[in-house]
Each structure stands twice: as C-alpha cells, then as structure tokens.
Design a binder for this molecule. Structure first.
Ligand SMILES: [Fe+2]
Length: 500
C-alpha cells in the first residue's frame, strides 16, 4: 500500500511529479462556480429567506413524499436489495462542483470501488443551486464508468430549487410539483414566495440525453424519495434529508423513529454531521427530540453516523452507554476543501487528539490555504508556508505532537506564526474576536476558486465500507489530483467496527 499523508509529505501529494489522468475525463469547457458573482449569490438566496421568513422545506418535502407514495413507492421508504452477507459500498460527500477537485476523485474511486455493490452521495450532489442542467457535467459524466447504482441524499444546495432536479434524477423521473396558490398578503410566507428563487424556465431539457451516460441496467437506482433506508446484507443504511437549514421535519422524524426500530445494525447518512469541528450538533427534529438521541438509543443499534456538508474528513469515536459510535464527517468528495487547521484541540465527549482523526492533516490544510492566499493576494513570499513549517506551527499552537511520521520540526519564525494566526490555525471557526482571514465555510462566499488555485494536492477523499455479519470496516481513501495517488489511493484512516 502506498504512503498516506500520515506517513510522508509525498504521500500527502506535495511536490508531485506527475498530474493525474483525471483531466481526460473532464469536459472541455466547465463554467467555474464563482461564489463572488452577485448573480450566483442571488440565485442561492433561498437558505437565507428560509431562515428569515420561515422554512418551507418540511412542507415541500412532504408533498414530494406524497407524490412518490401515490406513484407506488413503498410507504416505509425501504429499498430492499439482494446483497450477500459480505459486500462493500462507497460513500462520497459534497461532490457536485464539476471542477478539477471533483474529477480528481474519480480514477481512484473507480479503482477502489470496482467490486462495490453501490455508492451513496452524502449531500450536495449539485452546486450551486441543484439545477437539472448541471447534472450532466457534475453527476452523469464524472460517474459514467461506475458500474453500480448510486443513491443520494440531498444537501442544502440541492434544495435551492425546491429539489425538483434531484427528484427527477434519483426518484424515477418524478414530475414537478403543481404550483400552490400564492400565500395571502401581507404575511411572512407571502413575502418569502415573492422573493423565492425558482428554477429557470426550460431547465433540464437535455437531462434525458445526459442521463444516457449512466443508463446501463447495473447502474439503475430508484429511491422512494429524498430520505430512505437501504437493507443491504446484514445492515440497514438510513439516509436522512436535512434540507435547507440542517433540521428534520416532524413527518420525517416519525419515519426515522420507525425505521430505527428494525433489529439490524445501522449506519446513518446525513447532510448535517452530528460531530464536526470539535463540536456536537445533535440535529433538531421539529416537534421535539434530536437525530442524535435516536442514534444513541442502544435499542436502535446505530454503529456509525456519516455526514457531508463540511468538505473534509473527520472521525470521532464516541463512547455511548459502553459502546462506541463512529461519528464521521465525509464531505471531501468533490467540492472545494474546507480547512481542518481551524479545528481546535479536540476534547469532546471523551474524544481527545489521541482518538480524533482528520484528513487533510491540520498542517497540510494550513499549508494549502497559505499557498492559496499567497496566490490570491499576490503575496506569495509572505504567505506561503511549506508543509513542514505549517505542521510545526500547528503543533505549537495546539500543543500536540507532529502528526506525520516522517517529519522534522521546522524552525518557527515570526512570519510563520503570523500567517498561522491570520489563517486561524487552531481556533474555533466561529470565534471572531481577533482578526483572521476566512478559511472555513465563509471561504466559498468570499473567494472564488479560480483556475489558478486548482493545482494538486486537492486533499479530496471518499469512503469504502466493507460489511460482514460481524464487522464493518470503514476506510477513508485520499485523492490528491496527482498520478501517484490515483494509481494507488492511500488509506488515510481505517477503523473496524464490531456489529455485535
Ligand atoms: Fe457542501
């Protein structure tokens, strides 16, 4: 097996000699997503509107589900597959930007996933607003050679046009919902519906043509709605839809409680990770309770909860009533990387730095962002930190040992420390008391990842899970955009979870 980023700097993709073959898979012309473009920000306004004027997602979701049930989808929303007792599947999070980082994941994924029975996309299938027109370059084309079904749960971006395109692609060509009568003025709902972003007229006219790229029988996947459960071999995989604002409607909450009673061991897939960036986000259910309460109930037998939304990999093995539940963030499947170096020293629910895992390593994340800011601000000599400098300063700020096995401590200068401070190393992302440059979610809103910034390593990743009646082995594989990691994707993290 090849070196990972935990072994060597080369294993992380630094100083790679040869670019990966993924470029060949890409379309000639990709419209870059620019989060600085006012038109883009305006198109993605529904999340803000939902938080100001009330979130209509629950009602819309319920209408979608009713439509699917009327069309013959199973009422319990369980996909019953005929997988053997031992099988494997993939999980990819936050895929759909359609750019180099997304395509760079594909060669390694095809290789590692050759014998897998299916894949699950964990939220944000399509950026920026989930349009049907974008499915060609951001879904069908990249995964055309993956010879198995792909199921998905939507993320907030898929909801920005009321989930219409997602439902067409994943739910048997579901027709659009009939427009409801406009709310009566003056009311919050009326104001919201006035300002609401809706799909472009004629969106998705070429969807059927694009869909031919993944139309083989073995690739066919029909799911009963935006949320579902998959019975596969000895496990039940439960996928929930946390909509625009990262919450669950009451109807879905009742369904989750019901499907969780099944005696099989379970894995949750969600668009809102329950532990992330050193914090606990239990995910509220409308009308009371949380998703995490359901996950923790020993009767429900959840062994892992995997969430997208944050574009990197993190794992928190949390002790609950004498069992360990693996809480995983797995949003590194394609979209632009979110920093890990802003994660403070982990100490939550008895998970410390000793047990916590992340990819990219914090030092690599800081080196990545320092290079990026150096380029964008044309201050390369000031900003750019080598991976050795970045790792050393992270270790100092967090009071942790160097993570990479083969690493020597770089001498720390005032410049290294200043850059680390400006880029928020080892600080909680929401703590804004002191000045720092945006590197986490806000990054995508302020900076546009232009082509100049698209050079490896990208620090992308995907998961492979191997299921047996006794265990689930979860591995996080890296994709850097370099040839070396394409040919032999390194395992960045591995854990074997007992099922009994
Ligand atoms: Fe995302």
């Amino acid at each position: 097996m090849s070196d990972s980023s935990r072994d060597t700097a080369e294993g992380a993709g630094w100083g790679a000699a040869e670019l990966g073959t993924y470029k060949r898979l890409m379309p000639h012309k990709v419209e870059k997503i620019s989060w600085l473009d006012p038109r883009m920000l305006w198109a993605a306004r529904n999340g803000v509107l939902a938080s100001w004027f009330g979130d209509p997602t629950g009602r819309t979701r319920s209408r979608w589900v009713a439509q699917r049930t009327a069309a013959g989808a199973p009422a319990d929303k369980v996909i019953r597959r005929d997988d053997p007792d031992r099988f494997s599947f993939l999980v990819i999070g936050d895929t759909g930007e359609g750019d180099d980082p997304q395509y760079a994941v594909v060669p390694g994924l095809l290789k590692t996933g050759q014998d897998t029975r299916f894949a699950v996309i964990a939220s944000d299938v399509i950026y920026p607003v989930g349009s049907a027109d974008d499915y060609g370059t951001k879904f069908f084309r990249p995964y055309q050679d993956y010879q198995a079904p792909i199921y998905a749960i939507p993320g907030n971006h898929d909801w920005y046009e009321d989930l219409g395109a997602f439902m067409r692609v994943f739910c048997d060509d579901a027709p659009p919902l009939p427009r409801e009568p406009a709310p009566r003025p003056p009311s919050r709902a009326w104001l919201r519906s006035l300002l609401w972003h809706r799909p472009r007229k004629g969106d998705g006219q070429r969807l059927a043509e694009h869909g031919k790229l993944r139309s083989a029988d073995v690739q066919r996947a029909v799911q009963p709605g935006p949320y579902w459960a998959i019975d596969a071999g000895p496990v039940r995989i439960v996928g929930i839809d946390t909509g625009l604002l990262g919450t669950l409607d009451a109807e879905q909450g009742a369904w989750l409680r019901e499907v969780s009673k099944d005696p099989r061991p379970k894995i949750l897939i969600t668009g809102s990770p329950l532990y992330v960036d050193g914090e606990h986000h239990p995910c509220a259910i409308e009308g009371g309770g949380t998703v995490d309460e359901i996950v923790r109930d020993p009767a429900h037998r959840y062994v892992a909860a995997i969430g997208g939304d944050i574009h990197n990999y993190q794992r928190y093995p949390v002790q609950v009533h004498g069992r360990t539940i693996q809480y995983v963030v797995a949003g590194g499947g394609g979209a632009f990387m979110h920093a890990t170096h802003t994660i403070p020293r982990v100490d939550i629910a008895n998970v410390t730095e000793k047990e916590f895992r992340c990819y990219p390593l914090r030092g690599d994340s800081l080196a990545f962002y320092s290079t990026l800011y150096g380029r964008r601000l044309r201050l390369r000599r000031f900003f750019t930190l080598t991976e050795a400098e970045a790792s050393a300063v992270v270790a100092e700020r967090l009071g942790i040992p160097l993570t990479r096995a083969q690493q020597t401590t770089a001498r720390l200068t005032w410049r290294t420390r200043l850059v680390a401070g400006l880029l928020g190393a080892g600080r909680r992302p929401d703590r804004t008391a002191r000045f720092r440059l945006p590197v986490r979610k806000i990054y995508t809103q302020l900076f546009s990842p232009s082509s100049a910034t698209y050079s490896p390593p990208f620090f992308k990743c995907f998961l492979r899970l191997d299921v047996t009646p006794e265990t689930v082995r979860l591995r996080c594989y890296a994709a850097t955009g370099s040839r070396a990691q394409e040919v032999d994707p390194p395992v960045e993290d591995e854990v074997t979870i007992p099922l009994n």
